[in-house]
Design a protein. Structure first.
Length: 399
């Protein structure tokens, strides 16, 4: 992606996108009709974002569950409606449909509310601004026209950066993701505009196996889960004897090639956490996510070969394979490690997922590590926002 030496192409594109509307304003000075159009655009943009925010809040209230105020109200006064909503409590499509309807309705109502203020306040203000603009010399008029385009330039950059965020979240292209993350312009926009609006955690890629991908042993239910059983949103995840048709001990079985590679990666490093990070980086970058295998696992887990050895040999696998290989390498490097199962968020839905934890003796705590998510280009080694797309973790094994 870096075609011009040390110049990041993503940064160059963002700068061009920002400067183009400004330059267009300088070269084509603003007119009275464009002032009116600009005012109208600003009001509509404000209405849209306000409607979006309110619709998200309302959807969360509507699908809050039986303990939520709105759902409790429906259950009391309209039981059939309350039961209907509870059926779609975990349905992402239902969320989107409800949000689209509420967004359209709220936006329409806001437009009605702003008609009179627009006519009585904004239109006269635009006329006065146009009259003042006509009194400026050509250079001043061009400068004002360029400044007038700044909101449009900023909005265009925001939309483009949002598309980049989607690309980095859902497309497995490490080189492109690295260029995006290394762009100082994108990082500035992400920090100042994207994060406040989207909280960024909603758009991270997570190859998650959804459905009954694991063979569960009913006798191995984890007692720690019982304390949350009263929560209607809680998914009771048991300890698992078999993953993809094989035991955990079979899956994490290593060989000399894996062990030697792990020792070569960590080299003379003595710090366990630094060794764990080096191994995390290697697995994340060198193992590709196998979408075809994921589809097979969902249907017939026992038909696929899983675990450390085959994943290392083929350089591909699903979340269970990533985690097993990481366990094998950590063991070879004398790093305390765990295999953890739970739910992961794919950007669309929660599904069964597997990741790891490594022990930090200096801080006396276990650190969450997800090499599968790390393959998307984001850092999932002791990520402070790890819990936003991982939950209900169950420790399956520890070494």
């Amino acid at each position: 992606m870096n075609l011009f030496g040390n110049i990041n192409v993503i940064t160059m594109i963002i700068l061009c996108i920002f400067l183009m509307p400004v330059m267009a304003g300088v070269l084509n000075p603003i007119s009275k009709s464009r002032i009116h159009h600009g005012m109208f655009f600003i009001i509509n943009t404000f209405n849209f974002f306000l409607a979006f925010f309110l619709s998200v809040c309302l959807v969360r209230v509507i699908f809050a569950g039986e303990t939520g105020g709105f759902s409790a109200f429906l259950k009391k006064y309209a039981p059939s409606a309350g039961d209907f909503i509870l059926q779609y409590q975990h349905d992402i499509v239902a969320y989107l449909i409800a949000m689209f309807f509420l967004l359209s309705l709220i936006f329409f109502l806001l437009e009605l509310l702003t008609i009179r203020p627009y006519r009585n306040v904004v239109t006269p203000m635009a006329d006065k601004l146009s009259t003042a603009l006509d009194s400026l010399n050509p250079a001043g008029k061009r400068a004002f026209s360029g400044l007038w385009r700044l909101p449009k330039a900023a909005f265009t950059v925001f939309v483009f950066s949002l598309l980049l965020n989607f690309y980095a979240s859902f497309i497995n292209n490490p080189a492109a993701v690295e260029a995006i993350n290394e762009s100082s312009a994108y990082q500035a926009v992400h920090k100042s505009m994207l994060q406040p609006v989207l909280n960024s955690d909603l758009l991270k890629k997570a190859p998650v196996l959804i459905g009954d991908a694991f063979r569960k042993a009913a006798e191995d239910f984890t007692p720690a889960n019982a304390e949350n059983s009263g929560d209607p949103n809680y998914w009771n995840l048991p300890a698992i004897k078999y993953f993809n048709g094989m035991t955990i001990d079979e899956a994490v079985k290593s060989n000399s090639e894996i062990d030697n590679t792990a020792k070569k990666i960590t080299g003379t490093e003595k710090d366990d956490i630094k060794k764990a990070r080096l191994l995390y980086q290697w697995v994340s970058k060198n193992i590709a996510y196998d979408t075809a295998k994921a589809e097979i696992v969902l249907k017939t887990p026992s038909r696929v070969d899983s675990g450390s050895i085959i994943t290392f040999r083929e350089r591909s696998g699903v979340c269970f394979d990533y985690s097993c290989l990481y366990v094998s390498m950590c063991r070879a490097a004398d790093v305390k490690v765990r295999l953890v199962s739970g739910l992961g968020y794919s950007g669309e839905a929660w599904g069964e997922h597997v990741w790891n934890q490594v022990y930090d003796s200096g801080e006396d705590r276990w650190i969450n590590v997800d090499t599968t998510f790390g393959n998307s280009g984001y850092d999932y080694f002791d990520n402070p926002d790890f819990s936003s797309n991982h939950k209900y973790d169950v420790i399956q094994a520890e070494w």
